[in-house]
Design a binder for this molecule. Structure first.
Ligand SMILES: NC(=O)c1ccc[n+]([C@@H]2O[C@H](COP(=O)([O-])OP(=O)(O)OC[C@H]3O[C@@H](n4cnc5c(N)ncnc54)[C@H](OP(=O)(O)O)[C@@H]3O)[C@@H](O)[C@H]2O)c1
Length: 402
């Protein structure tokens, strides 16, 4: 049996849902998992300060100067080095005394630090799926050059990774990722115009950050995951599928050329894939109970309803087109989700904003991160204009109703 190696961690996005689950796993293995650095956006300084006091990293980074000052005040005299800005976050991801980086920043904000960790040849436990969506080919190129290891944290991709471990890639016919269907899977479409932010933030099976929870409600999350899977597993978009599985027990299925299907099952708790990514190739206790099939109830599967959830189709099409389309899709989605969360856009406005931006920005080829960031910036500007137009109509309608 493989013996677990000691790991020296930088946890990027430590104050988020994945960050906190990672720290829970760390607490269970203090002899093997050591926190060298933490990084966060700076929106939850109290939580970050508590993590610093508890886990005693040598470095902590926050994305802006003001939050760094606030953190310094909270910590008082300390020998923890406080780093600032995106450069500070990147520094934590590339420290020589860090061998494993947990990339758990949400959105495109995590792109540069993920790339830096990969380029520095670290083991990267990747939760920040947006990095792969925006820059999959670049991440793969950097991996080849640096010898970095990429271990997926998304439960579906971890499931595929585990399933593929015992099989040859060329024998794979297709990969299917499961989706819970989100909070509106049973809601009649006639009620979609009235969906409130509070309802969209209540996921039936998973406890996650706000952005990924809204992505789950629109099924964009599954679309982003299909793009992520393309680059993680070097598989053609036509070989990737999504299926609705309300119970979130089966995380992914791999179909082989002989017709056999292998699936990975576990309770829906992110500590399992996180523990796997940290301990691979061995396995460690993650804090979740073993699955008992006799008591977990019936498992159901059905095709996604892309009529009610068009974001999935938009993402599949962007995956097929390639080039800049996935980066445009991602940027427009981030803007639309932020607008929905701040009540500037109705739930039903999210997909049309993304579609409009994809139409305005036909796919082009790119090769550098600078080109990608320029594309990302343009897509955000178009999306904000589209939100503004639709938001005005939304406000007028809300006023008329009230
Ligand atoms: N949650 C899940 O169960 C789950 C499952 C699979 C995949 N994922 C993926 O994992 C990633 C994180 O998701 P989450 O649910 O953990 O999100 P979350 O709860 O919203 O946490 C996001 C983290 O990113 C930090 N952050 C935001 N902007 C930053 C910046 N510019 N620089 C540095 N840190 C920044 C936040 O810091 P502050 O809030 O302190 O500012 C927070 O620590 C996403 O890509 C998501 O799709 C999540």
């Amino acid at each position: 049996m493989d013996v677990m190696k000691e790991r020296f961690l930088a946890i990027l996005g430590s104050t988020g849902s994945i960050g906190e689950s990672t720290l829970d796993v760390v607490s269970r293995h203090p002899e093997h998992l050591h926190v060298v650095a933490l990084a966060a956006g700076g929106g939850q300084i109290d939580r970050l300060a508590a993590q610093v006091r508890h886990y005693r990293p040598r470095y902590v980074a926050v994305a802006n100067v003001e939050s760094a000052r606030h953190l310094r005040d909270q910590l008082g005299p300390t020998d923890v080095a406080i780093l600032m800005g995106e450069e500070g976050v990147i520094t934590t991801a590339t420290l020589p005394d860090v061998d494993t980086v947990v990339a758990a920043i949400v959105g495109a904000a995590g792109l540069r630090s993920t790339l830096a960790a990969v380029s520095a040849g670290k083991r990267v436990a990747l939760a920040n799926k947006e990095s792969m969506v925006i820059a999959g080919p670049l991440v793969r190129r950097c991996m080849t050059e640096s010898g970095a290891e990429l271990l997926p944290v998304d439960s579906e991709h971890s499931a595929v990774f585990q399933t593929l471990a015992a099989n040859r890639r060329e024998t794979v016919r297709s990969i299917t990722l499961t989706a819970s269907g989100g909070p509106f899977r049973d809601r009649p479409f006639t009620e979609f115009p009235h969906i409130r932010v509070e309802e969209a933030l209540v996921h039936p099976n998973w406890s996650m950050g706000a952005k990924v929870t809204i992505d789950s409600a629109t099924l964009m999350n599954k679309g982003l995951e299909l793009i992520e899977a393309r680059w993680l597993f070097d598989i053609a978009p036509e070989q990737l599928r999504a299926v609705i599985h309300r119970e979130s027990i089966v995380h992914a299925l791999v179909t082989f050329v002989d017709g056999a299907v292998m699936a990975q099952l576990a309770h829906p708790d992110m500590r399992a894939p996180i523990a796997y990514a940290l301990a691979y190739p061995t396995r460690i206790e993650s804090g979740i109970p073993a699955l008992d099939l006799a008591t977990c109830g019936p498992l159901s599967f059905s095709a996604p309803d892309t009529g009610r959830f068009p974001c999935l189709t938009l993402a599949q099409e962007a995956n097929r087109v390639g080039g800049s389309a996935p980066a445009v899709l991602n940027a427009a989605n981030e803007v639309a989700v932020t607008a929905f969360l701040s009540r500037q856009l109705p739930f039903l406005g999210i997909a049309p904003v993304i579609e409009e931006v994809l139409t305005q920005m036909p796919s082009v080829s790119w090769s550098t991160v600078e080109e990608l960031l320029a594309i990302d910036g343009d897509a955000r500007r178009y999306a904000m204009a589209a939100v503004h137009d639709r938001g005005n109509h939304h406000a007028v309608r809300c006023k008329a109703v009230s």
